[in-house]
Design a protein around this ligand. Structure first.
Ligand code: HEC
Ligand code: HEC
Length: 160
């Protein structure tokens, strides 16, 4: 009896697992979210791009970004007051505080920071422009763990 039930249960488990996996693929986002992030951050800051981990840049850049959400790289990403306050406080509390990462950069962009440019020196200009990459801001194209804030060099894979 248990034996004959097993395949059916296995099939059901497959469907249960495959459906959310397919939905994630469709949204082109890696599963998971950044440890300790308030729900508002994950909800509001990952709808257009991967939610950038706070430690990727310093307070100066986060202040600049959070105070200009109405004119955010060509889009309006304004928030209600509660989310604005909660997300800003969490980003500032978890921002990079020392070294290159803490430095301000042009347009408050992580992708234009000195540390970023240095770490990506082996990525050539045409690669950034590939349809599969589109932009240096599209971290998840090459870092499968980007949504979790995982940029381990062992898991980097540049798409064709
Ligand atoms: C309505 C869409 C939208 C929402 C919502 C949004 N962003 Fe963005 N964001 C963009 C676009 C578009 C860019 C530019 C992407 C590019 O250059 O490829 C961007 C870029 C960024 C960058 C710079 C990336 C780089 O180049 O280093 C940061 C940091 C950023 N967003 C943070 C946030 C935060 C924090 C939130 C939540 C408060 C947020 N974004 C919500 C659309 C959005
Ligand atoms: C076109 C592919 C690509 C994109 C897009 C990309 N990266 Fe990378 N990233 C790489 C490569 C390649 C390396 C170098 C890996 C190595 O040193 O072997 C790297 C290295 C890194 C490192 C250093 C890892 C380590 O262990 O030293 C960090 C941090 C990082 N990237 C963050 C980001 C962030 C944040 C974004 C988005 C704003 C991003 N990357 C976008 C390809 C990419």
């Amino acid at each position: 009896m248990t034996q004959s039930l097993f395949p059916r249960r296995a099939a059901l488990a497959l469907i249960v697992c495959a459906v959310p996996a397919l939905m994630l693929t469709a949204r082109a986002q890696a599963p998971g979210s950044i440890k300790g992030a308030p729900a508002s951050f994950t909800a509001e800051c990952s709808s257009c791009h991967v939610a950038y981990a706070p430690f990727l840049t310093g307070q100066a850049n986060w202040r600049g970004i959070m105070s200009g959400l109405d004119k955010h790289y060509g889009v309006n990403a304004s928030l209600d007051d509660k989310s604005q306050h909660e997300i800003s406080a969490w980003l500032l509390a978890n921002a990079a505080t020392s070294g290159r990462r803490a430095a301000a950069s042009p347009d408050f962009r992580i992708s234009r920071s000195d540390w970023f440019i240095r770490k990506h020196s082996e990525v050539s200009a045409p690669v950034w422009k590939r349809a599969s990459v589109k932009s240096a801001a599209n971290c998840g194209a090459c870092h499968s763990g980007a949504a979790r804030g995982d940029f381990d060099e062992d898991s980097v894979r540049i798409p064709k």
